[in-house]
Write a protein that binds this ligand. Structure first.
Ligand code: C2E
Ligand code: MG
Ligand code: MG
Length: 689
């Protein structure tokens, strides 16, 4: 066996070993990048290379022993050549997918590979029967493939360099560089083949090129190992970042959680203390979030929180932190807020951002928010204190009627005290007879006569004078005082009704407002029954008004209570209809008799043909037209309510035009200042005549 052949076999075998190793590394890499096929393609490419080298060596051994035309030698050469071309196919396929991010359809891929294998096998056949045509054989077997491999590796190097595997990382760079070197080496091999063919003499060092080849393969393998390590590090780093995110962020909205917020707040306080600057903390939640959650479901509630989170994030300056503390509670930390006006401007922006209409489960909603604001250093000098004070201010904002904000003031603690005082005076109000009922007539549109009255609560406060329910119902609800007060209201209104009925208004009805707290009492139905019994009114003369959000509050047995009330014979109406989230079709499920269209809808009716007469107020001043026109909504509500056999009562009618409109739409009854304001019982009696 000639010495050069021994070298050739030895290098071939070593190269094959190298190729197998490279394939193993590639396989490892592909496990870290589960979603990338290119690494799998390259694993196959290097396996094919190993086959190519092993069979190539085998073919040489056989050719040396039996001559190149021996069938076994030809078969080995054919397999080697086929594998050599398949190797190029896999390499290019991988490079293609790496650069373009696309994938090649399986069946077209298969066809290409069969074609490549056949072409490869074909290159091993020419000149095998011509012992003198060594050079030609070399060109066909090695030269053409070398040229193709050279070009392919150039392409693959280009692919890596320009792909997302980021050329600035060492591994991919090294691999890419080694690919270029390999391409040059293979093209060089091709040139040698051409020279051999031209001169008829093999170039003396041709057999040793295999050594260089081996070195380059080693570089490729090394590059891949580095690439693998880098990928591994990347995975670990991503995982660590994720763990960190989970610990300090809210999963639902992706916002910082309480922990991170307090952390940043402490940092900001330390900073502000040193720099002598101020910072503002906003504490806020969504008004009536619970109602939305209960009526539209938790998924919708979650989505709402996400939307709010996104809106808040878009609102932020780089130095601000917005966090979700839990539930519907959010906080915002704004450093460098020097003036109260700046904080107010931020609060307004938050309010507007939350308020923008949004669609949930196919419904358009308007969500409002209330905010409490505290300042460092004015309102406290540690994070917990500032947060607590912002929360106190939030509570005040809620008490002030929602969709608003309050700045914390030291007097708020005093106000909290005041609230306590008001609370205890409200407790006494009942015993001291300071509560009185006022009545507003409800007029039937058919007959034009008063068909009933609505009982509306007033408080003759010894120092503050006559207070409307907006001033104290909230407090009564928070403290639970609404339960005894509500019972008193019911009894008083029914007693008064009985008096009027005995005085001749036999068919007069009275409407009494209920609070959700009353409905939640377990014996509420019995209490109502007892009042009816004791006052001697007919149950159908009593109408109980529940607000829309209560009506939709199907949880905790409300629906069952309403059904029991219905069985007693009392009427039930839905108050302030249109301000909540219920749909008319959902109302079908509720045992209600009437809808009261909220006065905001009545007010904004017929706005479009707003006339000169409307523009001039009573005082002769010019009034701007309201911003929205609810004509269509009011019309639709009336029509749909009628289709559900419900009576419709319009609230807050103040002008003849509104009344004409309601008459035209066949609304059943109305109440409003146009006829009368709510009046004390004796004044009401005079109207009843
Ligand atoms: P509501 O049940 O929707 O009562 C109608 C409110 O509209 C009353 O306010 C009434 O004075 C006012 N109003 C009537 N006509 C007009 C009008 O033409 N223009 C305008 N701008 N307003 C009109 P009020 O008496 O201040 O009561 C406010 C709310 O307090 C009531 O709204 C009701 O939800 C609640 N409330 C009143 N009394 C009670 C009660 O005894 N128990 C409970 N739980 N809530 C009550
Ligand atoms: Mg009412
Ligand atoms: Mg109302």
């Amino acid at each position: 066996m000639p010495y050069s052949n021994t070298v050739l076999y030895a290098t071939s075998l070593t190269q094959a070993g190298g190729a197998l190793l490279t394939a193993a590394v590639l396989h490892g890499l592909s496990r870290y990048h589960a979603s990338t096929d290119y690494l799998r393609h390259w694993t196959r490419s290097w396996l094919a290379l190993a086959v190519h080298l092993l069979y190539g060596a085998g073919a040489s051994v056989l050719a040396d022993a039996y001559g190149p035309a021996h069938p076994a030698a030809i078969a080995f050469a054919a397999v080697a050549a086929a594998a050599g071309y398949v190797q190029i196919g896999w390499l290019l396929l991988g490079a293609y997918e790496l650069t373009t991010g696309g994938t090649v359809a399986r069946h077209s891929g298969q066809r290409i590979f069969i074609a490549l294998a056949l072409i490869g096998a074909a290159t091993s056949v020419p000149f095998v029967w011509d012992p003198a045509a060594d050079g030609e054989r070399f060109v066909f077997r090695v030269g053409i493939r070398a040229a193709t491999v050279g070009t392919s590796f150039f392409a693959a190097a280009y692919g890596i360099w320009h792909s997302h595997v980021r050329a600035h990382e060492l591994g991919p760079r090294l691999v890419s560089a080694a690919f270029v070197a390999y391409a040059v080496e293979q093209l060089h091999l091709f040139a040698l083949g051409a020279i051999t063919l031209g001169t008829g003499r093999p170039v003396s060092y041709a057999d040793y090129v295999g050594m260089v080849d081996f070195l380059i393969q080693f570089a490729i393998g090394l590059g891949l190992v580095i690439w693998l390590l880098e990928a591994e590090r990347q995975v670990a780093a991503t995982a660590a970042a994720q763990v960190e995110r989970l610990a300090y962020h809210d999963v639902l909205t992706g916002l910082p959680n309480r922990q991170l917020f307090l952390d940043r707040l402490r940092l900001a306080i330390a900073h502000a203390r040193r720099a002598g600057t101020k910072l503002a903390i906003f504490y806020f939640d969504l008004d009536r979030f619970k109602t939305i959650n209960d009526s539209l479901g938790h998924r919708a509630g979650d989505r709402l929180l996400q939307i709010v989170g996104e809106r808040l994030t878009n609102l932020l300056r780089a130095e601000d932190t917005v966090a979700r503390l839990g539930g519907d509670e959010f906080t915002l930390l704004s450093p460098f807020v020097e003036h109260v006006e700046d904080a107010v401007a931020i609060a307004r922006r938050v309010r507007e951002a939350v308020k923008a209409p949004l669609t949930l489960e196919g419904r358009e909603l308007f969500v409002t928010t209330s905010l409490g604001i505290s300042f460092y250093p004015d309102d406290g000098d540690d994070a917990e204190m500032l947060l607590k004070h912002a929360d106190v201010a939030l509570y005040r904002a809620k008490a002030a009627g929602r969709d608003t904000f309050e700045l914390y003031t030291a007097s708020m603690n005093a106000q909290a005290l005041e609230q306590l005082v008001l609370e205890s005076s409200l407790r006494r109000a009942l015993e001291n007879g300071e509560l009185v009922m006022h009545y507003q007539p409800i007029i039937s549109l058919d007959s034009g006569r008063i068909s009933g009255v609505e009982a509306l609560l007033r408080w003759h406060h010894p120092e503050l004078g006559l207070l409307g329910p907006d001033n104290f119902i909230f407090l009564a609800e928070v403290t639970g005082l609404i339960v005894p007060i509500g019972e008193w209201v019911l009894r008083d209104a029914c007693t008064q009704l009985r008096r009027w009925q005995l005085a001749g208004r036999r068919d007069l009805r009275t409407a009494v407002n209920l609070s959700v707290r009353q409905l939640q009492q377990s014996n509420f139905v019995n209490r109502v029954a007892r009042v009816i019994d004791e006052t001697g009114i007919a149950p159908q003369c009593l109408e109980l008004e529940i607000t829309e959000s209560i009506a939709m509050h199907t949880a905790d047995g409300t629906l069952e209570t309403l059904r029991d009330l219905k069985r007693l014979g009392v009427r039930i109406s839905v108050d302030d209809f249109g301000t909540g989230y219920s749909s008319l079709s959902a109302l079908r499920l509720f045992p209600v008799d009437a809808l009261k269209i909220d006065r905001s809808f009545v007010r904004d009716v017929l706005v479009r043909d707003y006339s000169v007469r409307d523009a001039l107020g009573e005082d002769g001043g010019v009034r701007a037209p309201p911003a929205v026109d609810n004509t269509a909504i009011a019309t639709a509500v009336i029509a749909l309510a009628h289709s559900l056999n419900l009576d419709v009562v319009a609230e807050g009618v103040e002008t003849d035009r509104q009344l004409d409109f309601l008459r035209e739409r066949q609304c059943d009854a109305w109440q409003g200042y146009l006829y009368s304001r709510p009046l004390p019982a004796d004044a009401m009696e005079r109207i009843l005549g």
